[in-house]
Design a binder for this molecule. Sequence first.
Ligand SMILES: Nc1nc2c(ncn2[C@@H]2O[C@H](COP(=O)(O)OP(=O)(O)O)[C@@H](O)[C@H]2O)c(=O)[nH]1
Ligand SMILES: [Mg+2]
Length: 381
Amino acid sequence: MTAAMMMAAQRGSTSRQGHAYPNTARLVLLLVMLAAAVLLFAKPPPIERARMLAYTPAQIRESRLKPANIEIKHPVRAAYVILVRNSELHELRATIRQLEDQFNARHRYPYVFLNNKPFTEEFKRAMEWVTSGDCHFGLVPYEHWSMPPWVDRVRAKWAMAMLGSKVPYGDSESYRKMCRYESGFFFRHPLLDDYDYYWRVEPGVEFSCEITHDPFKYMADNKKTYGFTISLREIPLTVKTLWKTTNAFRASYPEYIAPNNMLSWITASNGDYNLCHFWSNFEIASLDFFRSPQYTAYFDFLDRAGGFFLERWGDAPVHTLAAAMFLNKTQVHFFDNIGYYHRPFQNCPTDPQFNMQHCFCNPNRSMIHNEDSCTNAWLQL
Ligand SMILES: Nc1nc2c(ncn2[C@@H]2O[C@H](COP(=O)(O)OP(=O)(O)O)[C@@H](O)[C@H]2O)c(=O)[nH]1
Ligand SMILES: [Mg+2]
């Protein structure tokens, strides 16, 4: 049969069966298309959510990281403190996985998770699953996560609109609440009452080297108060009056300023703030430093001035200015051997032998080589 004859025969058979066959075919085609559309466009079932919730507390205890009946005596009362949103669950899982592999699976320090909204069951179970230490989940009270009543709302809204997209988070009120919380309140959360030291961790950060010594123990043994990995310069527009306000504080409370302080490290040759600060998304520090009368007086002074909202003061310069006023250099430690990445900067150990043995980062990319880093200046203090 030629192709023309076959087409003629097909045409014939279609017309011979009347309208029933084409309608059935159309119906089948329609159903197939409908099924394809459902498969293509329908939201996939929340498999991960179901899977997380499926883990029972008993199974979690049997996970690789939480073997039962192992008592660990910690040399220091310390915990990781993580302010995080439910939506950052997967970024945080990745971070904690690295932290556990590089350090904590051998130490099992506890975790404190904080949030201005209640944590979901899904979040809590996922965290129980990836951590070796105990997990505690806390809610941030409204007064700690809000614009205080004495700040002029209209001025604040105007300031946010003016800063707009000129600086990251320039128009964000929630970012400002976060910075105010990290500056003045996290250490007052009752879940931290049992600890002397904390290690701040953020979702998405990476730990690129095996952590061969216990940093908490190092802090306690060496009487260190504040530890950092990265330092850099703040964006001037975000801290226009922070230095002026800090100088006013210094004038009001001269008794709080340490005799051997680090103010020269943050002061430019003309007497202004040189914008240097420790990047506080990584911090290992003494909680008593933040709980001290000096620090809380400084925070209250800043908070009264309203700059968390009228400008966009970050917790990094606030912590740093406090450390520079109240501590001397020997109380601060540069954790040069902790490989740490928070977009877009990293600290990568530059000691070739340590790096080769313990790290997967490129030492040439370490922030210490960047001209915006203030770490070399700090080392030379
Ligand atoms: N619960 C909660 N955490 C927040 C919120 N905004 C920021 N964070 C947390 O605060 C920390 C700093 O925020 P991030 O977005 O990383 O700011 P950046 O590092 O300055 O870009 C991270 O640990 C975030 O998870 C918020 O609205 N709610
Ligand atoms: Mg961050």
